[in-house]
Design a protein around this ligand. Structure first.
Ligand SMILES: Cc1ncc(COP(=O)(O)O)c(C=O)c1O
Length: 391
């Protein structure tokens, strides 16, 4: 008999009832060191007192108002995002998938507005993940995600990941946009080289195409910069954000330049819950903390410490790991054994990690993880790896 919860996940037999910083505490009292952060979501750890305070304060005032009214909490967060990024304007969503949908719609509307309504082709890359809506699965195009879901939304072409020659051959004055994650998350913590991201921007400019960056997983301080594309010294036209922006409260956003958003007038898009006062109150606090003086410097310091220890771990377990990848606290251990087996062994050692494609184990700790917890994490990962030594 089918479970009452639609069985679309292979769930681990653990349930958590509370959390404290980098620790998730199971219903049986066991404490797990959380290097998954709900897959790059809880950027400030579990039950962060500052976030709990703003959420409860807002909850005592007003939870939900329709977007047919002004929402000051939304305007405040939009101001902060615009002040700190390339963007001129922001639309709030509840998830990354919804952000992907709007990015696609905005692109199509832009070209319609420009008098080229047939210019719909968006170039994407193998291994990409943009969400689970019909548009987002068509964008990523992987067999696993699209199989059985019938005719796909047209207008996407996947190119081999990291193949700049393929991009040069495919891009033309018919290309509507290029959509890319600066660092693939689900695809296995695969960063695009800064020089390539720079070239992608230049190629888009040559043909007039829009550049859409998906920073749902790699954004919001995760890489040690507020947004990962800053390393390459370029800016997109449209950017999808979610996960970390709400620190655990469901919140996403599409950031855009005025030019890219030119077609999006009143009535072209909407959301009942997107940008609600609760989400935006929390999102504002997350933004204030992550963009405060010294916060990202601390992320980078911790990332160096963690990385250095992980290099030691890799060297100590040559049968298990091949290397460390990623940037900041978006780290991956390229493995020689199945990452899902490492995740399972992690449960025995009370450490939470996340499997990804390309045989990679993802480590996405809260950005405010302590040095002691980093040391403890590596000790636990060492015990996890020991299960597989000699295999
Ligand atoms: C890069 C990227 N884009 C989009 C999404 C979809 O976000 P959500 O699950 O919030 O819909 C994800 C989720 O993992 C992601 O990693």
């Amino acid at each position: 008999m089918i479970s009452h919860v639609l069985p679309t996940y292979n769930r681990a037999p653990i349930s958590f009832e509370r959390g404290e910083g980098s620790w998730a505490i199971a219903t049986n009292g066991d404490r797990y060191l959380d290097l998954g952060s709900g897959i790059a979501v809880n950027v400030l750890g579990h039950a962060n007192p500052e976030l709990v305070a703003v959420l409860t304060e807002q909850a005592g005032k007003i939870w939900h108002v329709s977007n047919v009214y002004q929402i000051p909490q939304q305007e405040k967060l939009a101001d902060l995002l615009v002040e700190n990024t390339f963007a001129d304007t922001v639309f709030f969503t509840n998830s990354g998938t919804e952000a992907a949908e709007l990015a696609i719609k905005m692109t199509r509307k832009y070209w319609d507005h420009e008098g080229q309504p047939d210019r719909i082709e968006i170039l994407t890359f193998d291994g990409a993940f943009h969400g689970r809506s019909t548009g987002a699965i068509a964008a990523a195009g992987s067999e696993k995600m699209v199989k059985g879901f019938g005719p796909l939304m047209p207008g996407f072409k996947q190119l081999p990941w990291g193949d700049m020659d393929a991009l040069r051959a495919a891009i033309s004055d018919k290309t509507a946009a290029v959509m890319v994650e600066p660092i693939q998350g689900e695809g296995g913590i695969r960063p695009i080289a800064d020089a390539d991201l720079h070239d992608i921007r230049a190629l888009c400019d040559q043909v007039g195409a829009l550049l859409i960056l998906d920073e749902v997983q790699c954004g919001m301080g995760r890489t040690g910069r507020l947004f990962a594309h800053e390393y390459a010294g370029i800016t997109p036209d449209i950017m999808m954000v979610a996960k970390g922006i709400g620190g655990g409260f469901p919140l996403g956003a599409v950031l855009a330049t005025e030019r890219a958003a030119a077609g999006m007038g009143a009535g072209t898009h909407g959301s009942t819950y997107g940008g609600n006062p609760l989400g935006c109150a929390v999102g504002t606090k997350v933004m204030e903390i992550v963009s405060s003086d010294g916060f990202l410097a601390e992320v980078n310091r911790k990332a160096s410490l963690f990385r250095q220890k992980l290099e030691g771990l890799v060297a100590a377990h040559p049968d298990v790991f091949e290397g460390v990848r990623g940037q900041g606290l978006m780290l991956g251990l390229k493995a020689k054994v199945a990452p899902t087996d490492l995740v399972k062994a992690g449960y025995d050692e009370h450490i939470l990690t996340v499997a990804a494609a390309d045989n990679t184990l993802r480590l996405l700790p809260p950005l405010n993880i302590t040095d002691e917890d980093i040391t403890e994490a590596v000790a636990r990962l060492d015990r996890v790896a020991a299960h597989f030594d000699g295999s």
